[in-house]
Design a binder for this molecule. Structure first.
Ligand code: ADP
Ligand code: MG
Length: 303
């Protein structure tokens, strides 16, 4: 018999993540796989050709499962990129890095037949063009391409707003302006979870108060939502294009164009928190099982 497979794990611990991790660890052990948790690449260093983390030579692992959104630093991304060349990583680094950037993702999706909000990009010195954009769109959203939680998103309602905003934008060390047409939607969205190309679950989010953003951090709230087949198919198609093993796809309905749009794809979609489970979000069991299945298959493939 060959040596036991070993799988490295770095998982978020807040919002019930610690309990999800414990369940995954147990299921992996039941399958004869040795899980090694807490492998935070921030603590790693490289010596003798090895990425060493907490006494483990990372490239000797059979797979690395990286699932921690809040704490990813540039250093960690740098090592994640190197490690991904040596062993299977979930998510794979290339797709993860792609979906960390809203422009790169929208560009790829749109050119592969997936509808997104109309977007434009121009050099930071080209504010003339930015003004042309707002004239043709009337309303647009300025977005940092690497943001999350609705932070830094700015709705621009007219040219005057843009004029007041420009000095601030110019102060920031930006390379470019990324803007999207402001979509007329009902201030709700779909979050569709996909694992291994398959549908896992869905919930909705609704913007709070007068905010136009559905993010929980912007005052939004979660609600139960059954997706139409069209929404699930759109999510699956988008994930296939970006190549993520695990993904959460944010979708809204454009009331003007009468079509669903992919807003963004999240490479570390959170499991339902204990509070959300009480609300009726019941896909955690299924999601854990599908991820464990995939880890089992992909860690065996390396041998
Ligand atoms: N083009 C748009 N038109 C209208 N609303 C938008 C648009 N883009 C984003 N939003 C709203 O803002 C929220 C956050 O945008 P998103 O692109 O998902 O960034 P983040 O990564 O910060 O969540 C979305 O959930 C949606 O409610
Ligand atoms: Mg979002």
């Amino acid at each position: 018999m060959g040596k036991k497979r070993r799988v490295g794990i770095w998982m978020y611990q807040n919002g019930g993540g610690d309990r999800i991790e414990k369940r995954m660890v147990k299921m992996l052990k039941d399958r004869g796989i040795e899980p090694i948790t807490g492998l935070n690449l921030r603590d790693a260093y490289v010596k003798g050709g090895h990425i060493r983390c907490h006494g483990i030579n990372m490239e000797k692992l059979d797979l690395f499962f990286s699932y921690n959104a809040g704490e990813q630093t540039q250093y960690q991304m740098y090592l994640y990129k190197a490690l991904n060349r040596m062993i299977p990583c979930i998510n794979n680094y290339d797709s993860f890095e792609l979906t960390e950037d809203k422009f790169q993702t929208s560009y790829l999706l749109r050119n592969n037949g997936v509808s997104t909000p109309d977007f434009r990009l121009c050099h930071r010195d080209d504010s003339k063009r930015l003004k042309k954009f707002i004239r043709s769109w009337k309303q647009m959203v300025y977005k940092p391409t690497d943001g999350w939680g609705g932070v830094g998103l700015t709705k621009i309602d007219n040219e005057a707003t843009l004029d007041t905003l420009l000095p601030f934008l110019n102060q920031m060390d930006l390379r470019f302006f990324y803007v999207e047409k402001f979509i007329d939607y009902d201030r709700t969205d779909y979050r569709v979870d996909i694992v291994d190309g398959k549908y896992v679950g869905c919930y909705g989010r609704k913007a709070g108060g007068t905010d136009w953003r559905t993010n929980i951090t912007s005052g939004g709230s979660v609600f139960l939502r059954e997706p139409e087949e069209e929404v699930v198919d759109l999510a699956k198609k988008a994930v296939k294009i970006v190549g993520l093993e695990i993904a959460g796809v944010d979708i809204i309905y454009d009331r003007k164009k009468k079509e669903y749009l992919v807003l963004e794809i999240n490479g570390i979609p959170a499991f339902a928190t204990p509070e959300q489970e009480k609300l009726g979000l019941d896909f955690n069991d299924k999601k854990i099982e599908m991820i464990v299945d995939m880890i089992d298959r992909k860690s065996a493939a390396k041998r």
